[in-house]
Design a protein around this ligand. Structure first.
Ligand code: C2E
Ligand code: MG
Ligand code: MG
Length: 439
């Protein structure tokens, strides 16, 4: 038996597959429906969502497979699998007659009682751009599959990948599928009804105490539950993709508000050069028109690009590919500043710093909170600040709650900070006075 082919980046691929936490999990009706559709459209008796693990292929979904592979078969050895070839090649494979194909003629599935003759499989590509497995159909009769049928299979494999991604996001948010659906309907209605509000937290110049900017933070003005923080609805917004229209609203609102403050404050001299920082999620970044959305928000608000900061996190950049790099370049070329939020909390700061080259890093509040707790904690905060500075980034410290923290940060050379010591996030109305009068 020849060994199963390996993917060129097999270790990373396996890590990516594991990150979905889908192996050996139960049935999923939506995935079954997609696999059944594949079998129907291609006129095959069986379809499989096969995830190619280190030594096996495991079937997450297998409608009609009993009739071909035998009862209760959930996996086979990797070297016995067609799908391992799809994964290694990273492209769809159509095999009209396995007995006539040297790669597959000796597979037990072909020589054994299952008598598989025809196979077609398309890769299921995960969020890291690596194939997790294949969506395949098989038949006991030889058959030709034309290019358009294989394209349909590839499209359905894309839908399988999106569904797995949705499940991963739901699991990360601790939500069940039905909860996400119900909550996302409510959130959609709230976005349409204009219930998403933006609060602003001042960014302070430590030496002078001047407010140099604000960070826009979304809130849901829930008619029954009151003002909800992002933690109450962002997981659903992320899992459902609603974070995209929501983020667009926040961006436009924030740019418009900042432009207004700059205009009104200009006369009084308070906020003429105020900047506004807006948080952007990974889902928004991977939208093909993200740079246009940013350009449009600047255009309709009249805010100069140098007054806008976009805050990204390592999580939002994780697994993103060349398209996101290109979009970020376009955004940067508009004159917009890019900041790395929650700096120090990610898992691969160095590689992200190198790739993304932020203009600003925001030291996460957990490091600020730990200041003065132990020598080790201080060393950590100091190293993060120094690393940011050596890379030529502006530094903003988050979550400053005490005067001692502000003093320590100033001594470390940190110029800008935000936190409850200066002001909690407040509505535009509440901040109005301070931002539009002199001083
Ligand atoms: P973040 O961007 O790191 O925002 C800072 C969070 O720290 C805010 O929480 C803020 O209220 C809180 N904070 C500020 N000062 C202090 C302090 O002194 N002490 C403590 N303990 N906390 C402080 P919030 O508003 O609940 O937002 C949480 C996260 O939600 C944000 O973290 C950001 O990642 C996300 N988020 C907020 N608005 C948006 C948005 O419009 N779009 C997206 N995609 N994400 C958003
Ligand atoms: Mg932020
Ligand atoms: Mg942060």
């Amino acid at each position: 038996m020849p060994a199963a082919p390996r993917h060129a980046r097999e270790d990373e691929r396996l890590a990516s597959l594991r990150s979905y936490q889908v192996l050996d999990t139960g049935a999923d009706a939506a995935l079954d429906a997609l696999a059944t559709a594949a079998a129907r459209v291609l006129g095959a008796p069986a379809a499989l969502v096969s995830l190619v693990d280190e030594h096996r292929q495991w079937f997450k979904s297998a409608p009609g497979a009993e009739a071909v592979l035998g009862p209760g078969v959930r996996q086979t050895a990797r070297e016995d699998s067609f799908c391992a070839h799809v994964v290694a090649a990273e492209e769809a494979i159509a095999v009209p007659d396995a007995t006539a194909d040297a790669r597959f003629a000796d597979l037990p599935m072909v020589t054994g009682p299952q008598h598989v003759r025809a196979y077609a499989g398309a890769p299921i590509v995960g969020r890291d751009g690596l194939p997790l497995g294949a969506l395949c159909v098989m038949d006991r009769e030889p058959r030709e599959l034309d290019a358009s049928a294989v394209r349909v299979l590839a499209d359905l494999a894309g839908a399988v990948a999106e569904l797995l991604e949705l499940r991963r996001a739901e699991a990360a948010a601790g939500l069940g599928a039905h909860q996400v659906l119900a909550e996302s309907h409510r959130l959609r209605a709230a976005i349409d009804a204009g219930q998403m509000a933006v609060h602003y937290q001042p960014v302070v110049d430590l030496p002078s105490g001047r407010w140099v900017g604000v960070e826009a933070l979304v809130r849901w003005e829930h008619p029954e539950r009151g003002l909800l923080p992002p933690a109450a609805f962002l997981p659903v917004a992320e899992a459902s993709g609603l974070v995209v229209p929501m983020g667009r609203q926040v961006l436009t609102l924030a740019c418009t508000q900042a432009a207004l403050w700059r205009e009104r404050g200009g006369a009084a001299g308070a906020a003429a050069d105020l900047h506004v920082a807006v948080n952007v999620s990974g889902r928004q970044l991977s939208e093909p028109d993200v740079a246009d959305v940013v350009a449009e928000a600047l255009l309709v608000s009249g805010l100069p690009p140098e007054a806008l900061v976009l805050e990204l996190t390592e999580t939002s950049l994780a697994g993103s590919g060349a398209e996101v790099d290109t979009a970020l370049q376009r955004i940067r070329s508009l004159g917009v500043t890019l900041a790395l939020d929650d700096f120090g909390t990610g898992y691969a700061s160095y590689s992200y710093l190198q790739r993304f080259q932020p203009d600003v890093v925001k030291i996460d509040r957990c490091f600020v909170a730990a200041l003065g707790r132990s020598e080790r904690d201080d060393l950590l905060a100091r190293s993060l600040v120094r690393l940011g500075m050596q890379l030529g980034c502006g530094i903003v410290a988050e979550g400053v709650e005490t005067r001692e923290q502000a003093q320590t940060l100033t001594a470390l050379g940190v110029r800008h900070a935000q936190g409850y010591l200066f002001s909690a996030p407040r509505s535009a109305h509440d901040l109005e006075g301070r931002l539009t009068t002199a001083g």
